[in-house]
Design a protein around this ligand. Structure first.
Ligand code: ATR
Length: 271
């Protein structure tokens, strides 16, 4: 039986085994998929052992995405621009191919929500790894991006790096233009501390939709809570993106794209 895994630290909270087993059942495939605790010192050796023992592919989550990127022999373009890997596939010649399906997962979820139309104005809050991972697929979907970050230089570096893929401008959080955005995406890590990034509330209020790349069990994320308080009509957390990135990884490994809709309903009920 083909074996797959997700590597991270911590890993106990991961929904990936459940998601991939669901996809396997849905598409009539037989495979095993386990959660693996990566060792902060021995991660590379662990991965090499996993593949030496016949592992076909794996997902990579925090804090190993950059280390997996460095370990791979070849990379997709979206992985190269993200400079981080969330999906590894062992090729027939034994070499490791790295992909990053986070951005494709986000784009698929925005399509599911019917929030993706060409040439929209999208504001992304944050210029860290989460943001870098989704920029190429969003620009390829013809979105006009403004990226705002506490540290302006990091937003500027991303805007420069991605400029030849489409329209992208950089701001610091205090100088975001007071305009209408079709969509504002939270890609900061602040929700983990129960906080919302500090920007002019008028900008949030005027947006058509808010999307939080994070999700929380049994409650709204702080960003979604703020959106509700401000009366923004369309709100979504990142559960659909999580399922979407898994679906794109599954497609890379197994050659078939699963239907994410039934699983999203199931996981929403569970939490
Ligand atoms: P991730 O991989 O989750 O993106 P990261 O690379 O550490 O994690 O990036 C975290 C993001 O959240 C960054 O954009 C960071 O802003 P800085 O680049 O200025 O550090 C943002 N962030 C974290 N804490 C923040 C805070 N208190 N206020 C505003 N932005 C914050």
């Amino acid at each position: 039986m083909d074996h797959y895994a997700v590597w991270g630290n911590p890993i106990a909270q991961s929904k990936s085994p459940q998601i991939h087993q669901f996809f396997a059942q849905q598409t009539g495939q037989t495979l095993s998929y386990s959660a693996q605790l990566g060792d902060l010192d021995q991660f590379e050796q662990q991965l090499q052992d996993f593949f030496a023992q016949g592992g076909k592919g794996c997902n990579i989550t925090a804090p190993f995405k950059e280390r997996a990127f460095a370990l791979a022999h070849s990379h997709s373009e979206r992985c190269l621009t993200a400079e981080a890997c969330n999906t590894l596939k062992r090729l027939d010649n034994g070499q490791l191919y790295a992909d990053n399906t986070d951005g494709a997962g986000l784009v698929s979820d925005l399509q599911r929500l019917n929030w993706l139309k060409p040439q929209q104005k999208i504001l992304i809050l944050g210029a860290g790894g989460a943001s870098k991972g989704v920029l190429l697929p969003l620009l390829q979907a013809q979105q006009h991006i403004s990226i705002a970050n506490r540290t302006l230089e990091k937003a500027q570096q991303l805007a420069e790096k991605f400029a030849h893929y489409g329209q992208i401008k950089a701001y610091d959080l205090a100088h975001i233009p007071l305009q209408h955005f079709d969509l504002i995406i939270n890609a900061t890590s602040l929700g983990l501390q129960g906080q919302v990034v500090d920007i002019d509330e008028e900008i949030l209020k005027n947006a058509t939709a808010l999307y939080d790349m994070q999700y929380a069990k049994q409650q709204d994320t702080p960003f979604i809570q703020r959106g509700k308080q401000l009366g923004v009509g369309q709100l979504s957390d990142g559960l659909g993106m999580l399922i979407g990135q898994a679906a794109h990884a599954f497609a890379l490994w197994r050659g078939v794209m699963p239907d994410t809709t039934p699983l999203l309903g199931l996981l929403k009920e569970e939490r």
